[in-house]
Design a protein around this ligand. Structure first.
Ligand code: NAD
Length: 321
């Protein structure tokens, strides 16, 4: 049994308690550079050992590679299934988007096989802005309800970038149908727009997951990957913030994670990690927040650097009618 110094937070009405730092497994699909199988296994083991109990993946990450790697790594833990919580997704694949009932119903069986699991705790519609939201409401979610009844998934979630889509869906499904919302790149130092939606999400009783506290690599010393969709202006401001921190002997990623962790209405902050070192740093950053608090002084200095680009985002998805 892992020692658990990390805070656990309830996930809406699910009854699940998630570690405040969650393990984003997209890097295991080589999304941010190549990760060997042995490194993937060691990284997941270290995360679990240090108290991270929530692991998020998708068939889209690395064209199914992330699910396969995570499956191997979880199996290698050799611990009872109820000691970790797994979420995966449906509707977004390497070959495009398909949120039809037929595809998502088939998709979960494929995911379970790759993950070597009998069930996942959460199945999420992956990036709902890429289809008609009415399809999500009338076709995809009802298909996921059937998967829940069949015991293949415990809870249903929706993910995406544009925040307004969450309320569109939640206002149109029966209460309690959607258990979880995963937002990304909207609760960090450079963009905190998720904050305004939190009271609404809480009123709906959904669990709130916020992903990408480092803005998918913008708030790291090495910078974002080639495919990062942000503007040159936002990239330059984040680069300047990272350089400022380095000059002061601080780590911009640690500060960014601490910023995101400080809002307890958010159940977990999902960080993508690809090495034991990153796991150690991120867990240490989280423990520091709960023991000595955030580095408020440096954070306010970085916020000042990022002020001209604050809450700047990028387009994602199709035009909704
Ligand atoms: P992120 O902001 O967590 O950044 C990940 C990058 O930061 C990687 O390059 C990683 O190696 C690096 N990193 C992590 N810890 C570091 C540290 N201590 N120091 C320096 N660099 C560090 O972005 P992300 O991985 O895209 O998001 C986290 C997870 O959230 C994903 O893996 C995925 O599981 C989930 N997510 C879901 C969606 C969606 O459903 N639409 C979108 C984005 C993210």
């Amino acid at each position: 049994m892992a020692a658990n110094p990390l805070e656990l937070r309830p996930l809406g009405n699910t009854g699940l308690n998630l570690s405040c730092v969650g393990f984003g497994a997209s890097p295991l699909g080589n999304v941010f550079g190549v990760v060997s199988e042995s490194d993937a296994i060691a990284t997941v083991r270290q995360a679990f050992t240090l108290g991270i109990n929530f692991f998020d993946t998708s068939p889209y990450y690395g064209g199914t590679l992330s699910e396969k790697m995570l499956g191997k790594a979880l199996k290698a833990l050799e611990v009872p299934r109820n000691e970790y919580i797994v979420s995966t997704k449906c509707g977004r694949y390497a070959d495009g988007f398909d949120f039809s009932a037929e595809r998502v119903t088939k998709s979960i069986d494929e995911s379970l096989e790759r993950l070597q699991l009998d069930y996942v705790d959460i199945l999420q519609c992956h990036d709902i802005e890429f289809t008609s939201l009415d399809q999500i409401v009338t076709e995809t979610i009802p298909a996921l309800v059937k998967l829940k009844e069949a015991g293949k998934i415990k809870f249903i979630g929706i993910t995406g970038l544009p925040l307004e889509n969450f309320s569109y869906v939640l206002d149109r499904v029966p209460p309690g149908t959607v258990d979880v919302v995963l937002s990304y790149c909207h609760y960090g130092i450079n963009d905190s727009t998720l904050e305004d939606l939190l009271p609404y999400l809480k009123s709906k009783g959904v669990g709130i997951i916020s992903a990408s506290p480092l803005s998918m690599g913008l708030l790291t010393e090495t910078g974002p990957p080639e495919w990062h969709p942000s503007s040159p202006e936002l990239k330059a401001a984040c680069k300047a913030a990272a350089a400022y921190c380095k000059e002061k002997g601080k780590n911009v990623s640690k500060l960014a994670l601490q910023y995101s962790l400080s809002n307890k209405d958010i159940s977990t902050i999902l960080v993508g990690m690809n090495s034991v070192k990153q796991v150690n740093e991120n867990v240490e950053a989280a423990i520091q927040v709960s023991t000595v608090g955030k580095d408020e002084k440096t954070l306010s200095e970085i916020e000042a650097i990022l002020k001209p680009v604050k809450n700047q985002t990028w387009p994602s998805g199709i035009q909704q009618s």
